[in-house]
Design a protein around this ligand. Sequence first.
Ligand SMILES: Cc1cc2nc3c(=O)[nH]c(=O)nc-3n(C[C@H](O)[C@H](O)[C@H](O)COP(=O)(O)OP(=O)(O)OC[C@H]3O[C@@H](n4cnc5c(N)ncnc54)[C@H](O)[C@@H]3O)c2cc1C
Length: 386
Amino acid sequence: MTTNIEEARKQILAMVREFVDRDVRPAAAQHDEDDTYPTALVDQMAEMGLFGITIPEEYGGLGLDHSTYAMVFEELSRGWLSITGPIGTHSILAHALAHHGTEDQKRRWLPGMATGEHRAGLALSEPGGGSDVASLQTTAVKDGEEYVVNGNKLFITNGREGNIFFLLAKTDTTIEPQHRGISGFIAEKGPGFTAGKDLNKLGYRGVDTTELIFNDYRVGTDNLIGGEEGKGFYQAMDALETGRVNIAARAVGVAQAAFDDALAYSLQREAFGELISERQGIQFMLAEMATKIQAARLLTYDAASKKDSGDRFDLEAGMAKLYASEICAEVTLDAMRVHGGVGYIKDLPLERYYRDAPLMIIGEGTNEMQKLIIARNLLKRARAKG
Ligand SMILES: Cc1cc2nc3c(=O)[nH]c(=O)nc-3n(C[C@H](O)[C@H](O)[C@H](O)COP(=O)(O)OP(=O)(O)OC[C@H]3O[C@@H](n4cnc5c(N)ncnc54)[C@H](O)[C@@H]3O)c2cc1C
């Protein structure tokens, strides 16, 4: 790592840490309770440049590496998981455009995405299924210089607040295998493209997750990512690798917040005449929590650094996402155990961490899908060795 990158990383992490402690943590409980969008916090993130963390500097972004990107997501999630929502799938479209878009498309959208003027989402999952991407039903039929899009998307984060979306739709419904018929578009909100109502979620509250409805929506051929049909599945799978790193980093951040609270509580709560931190049962729990978090963090940083070195990293991203999300659920429950009854009450954030944790098990490919990806890659590598 060059000194410049090191310095830029140090600066942005210090800025984000201060933002989290000063502004995010005090506001999170109310937004979570009321399920209200944190507009002021999101505007501050835009001012800090967080909408453009990995967007190359030549397109107006901060141009930071994926290791820094992971650390920023971890730090934000230590404050409140939902605050990462507006920049999460946004960064997936940014990645897809930067790596697969034409020069015109990069110049048209990346600068606005870097400032947060364009707020992006990922329109992949549908009512009929999310894991089996190849069988998606939304179609885009060419009509002169436009495509006519019809179909519904479900569970789309930033569905209401976002204005541009990485839309996956079939331009060929007959080709086999089916994924070769999927194309990637930049869909801008307009006639024929509306968002449904916000879904009422267990956790990850305050950030909008909606249905998207495409009813004879017209999108220009110049919005076809890379200008080529049939590439959408590959573009999405490539961009989702970075999405898995951000999910893993979010899980580490939430688990760290739960652990920090549990450790602090154990040092002040007394039972049977002494601090509970003196009890071996509590010490063992703390030791296991901290060890799991550190292992998840190292898996996450390892996957991010593989991305930075330019290697394929779907195996590492899958492992990081799988492990970090599973331990996040375990650690948030254990942190609640350390708190006893008060951990179950909404006055403390413990129950929020516990409700937020399962999103990381489901989002950006369920953990069952991660196991399939990990196994496929292990077998491929073993076969390649002979
Ligand atoms: C809060 C939230 C936000 C989201 N945000 C977005 C977003 O912004 N954009 C977007 O496109 N999607 C988003 N999603 C959707 C998410 O990616 C999907 O829910 C997820 O991919 C799973 O798809 P599904 O819900 O259709 O479950 P299904 O695919 O129906 O799976 C159901 C169960 O079957 C298992 N399963 C399926 N296939 C296999 C298999 N081959 N082997 C073993 N097990 C299998 C799954 O692991 C799961 O346990 C979001 C979801 C939530 C809850």
